[in-house]
Design a protein around this ligand. Structure first.
Ligand SMILES: NC(=O)c1ccc[n+]([C@@H]2O[C@H](COP(=O)([O-])OP(=O)(O)OC[C@H]3O[C@@H](n4cnc5c(N)ncnc54)[C@H](O)[C@@H]3O)[C@@H](O)[C@H]2O)c1
Ligand SMILES: O=P(O)(O)OC[C@H](O)CO
Length: 316
């Protein structure tokens, strides 16, 4: 919708023919955004070849853990010069790869042809054309600038950045911190706890980023602090809501059952913890989320352990 509003011709690919029909004939996606009128220049199809034909940009937005399989099926029909754009905020389980790394590997694309769009961009607010800023990241600044120009609208303001690693880590780790803050909210721990988790969450994201060669300043930008604040303060965030339900005492199974969409942090907390181990970085909040979500640790026990860790300076 953003690209179409910015003047691009857009073809969406979807799995379900009835959704593609509703978009083409009713100009709406009734399952996800009922009541949002989509621009006429936006078409939908279930045929990947039709969607990809002649595309200057191919925007990838499936749940992170499904990207590898989906992209392998699409790769043969992608134009050889298309720029592959990731909207995904996850890290692959097992390989601990960022989404742009998976794209480069599966589509055999050079880094200069792979870009990332990230930032505080809750879909419901974007669909309502409420104002938001974002980051368009690519190692080739000219590609980032080109993408920036085709997605700039009166309600969507993109900035460029060449720090792809930092931008992707900011997006993936904020989902894990969003779960932690949701859990704290569900437990009724208050706003001091929330402020502390957001800040210490950003500290551990930055530590990991530094170890992986990211620019630490990226984490005080839209991909870091900006997205962290939006996610940790909004009931529209699936990760925050997922955590809130856990913090209120729902089991993992009950929480999964009431969550219709993807809460990336649920799987990515494990791959982020894996990344941290691989780089020798301490990420206590991420480890705590893994313990609560996957190892059955009661949030109240996890809280006591987190608060009684050995004292340390703020900046080390
Ligand atoms: N929703 C947001 O506010 C938002 C904002 C920015 C970035 N993102 C990121 O975009 C990515 C996708 O998130 P989303 O919110 O669109 O998720 P979603 O759960 O709403 O699903 C995305 C789409 O993928 C489809 N899908 C689900 N499983 C699939 C599979 N195995 N193969 C192919 N398609 C499949 C779904 O039917 C849906 O149409 C995530 O990485 C998320 O972090 C989401
Ligand atoms: O709903 P969430 O938690 O996946 O967050 C959506 C976006 O990433 C917010 O920028």
């Amino acid at each position: 919708m953003v690209l179409a509003d910015a003047g691009c011709e857009v073809t969406l690919w979807g799995r379900r023919a009835e959704v593609a029909d509703a978009i083409n004939n009713g100009r709406t996606n009734p399952d996800y955004f009922p009541g949002v009128e989509l621009p006429p220049s936006l078409r939908a199809t279930t045929d990947p070849a039709e969607a990809a034909e002649g595309a200057d940009f191919t925007v990838l937005a499936v749940p992170s853990q499904t990207l590898r399989v989906n992209l392998a099926a699409w790769a043969p029909v992608l134009p050889s010069d298309t720029v592959l754009v990731s909207l995904m905020k996850g890290v692959e389980l097992g390989t601990a790869k960022r989404m742009s790394e998976v794209i480069e590997e599966v589509a055999k694309a050079p880094a200069e042809r792979v870009a990332v769009v990230t930032g505080p961009n809750l879909a419901k607010e974007i669909a309502a054309r409420m104002p938001a800023a974002a980051v368009v990241a690519c190692s080739d600044e000219s590609v980032a600038t080109r993408l920036q120009s085709v997605c700039h609208t009166p309600y969507f303001r993109p900035y460029t950045n060449t720090d792809v690693v930092g931008c992707e880590l900011g997006g993936a780790v904020k989902n894990v911190i969003g779960l932690a803050v949701g859990i704290a909210d569900g437990m009724g721990l208050g706003d001091n706890a929330k402020g502390s988790l957001i800040t210490r969450g950003l500290a551990e994201t930055t530590r990991l980023g530094l170890a992986m060669g990211a620019d630490p300043l990226t984490f005080s930008g839209l991909a870091g602090l900006g997205d962290l604040v939006a996610t940790c303060s909004s009931p529209l965030s699936r990760n925050h809501t997922f955590g809130t339900n856990l913090g209120r005492g729902m089991t993992l199974e009950e929480t999964i059952a009431v969550t219709r969409q993807t809460a990336e942090g649920v799987k990515s907390c494990e791959s982020v913890a894996d990344l941290a181990r691989r780089h020798g970085v301490d990420m206590p909040i991420t480890d705590t989320v893994v313990d609560i979500v996957h190892n059955g640790k009661p949030p109240i026990v996890a809280l006591k352990e987190l608060m009684s860790r050995s004292a340390k300076p703020e900046r080390r």
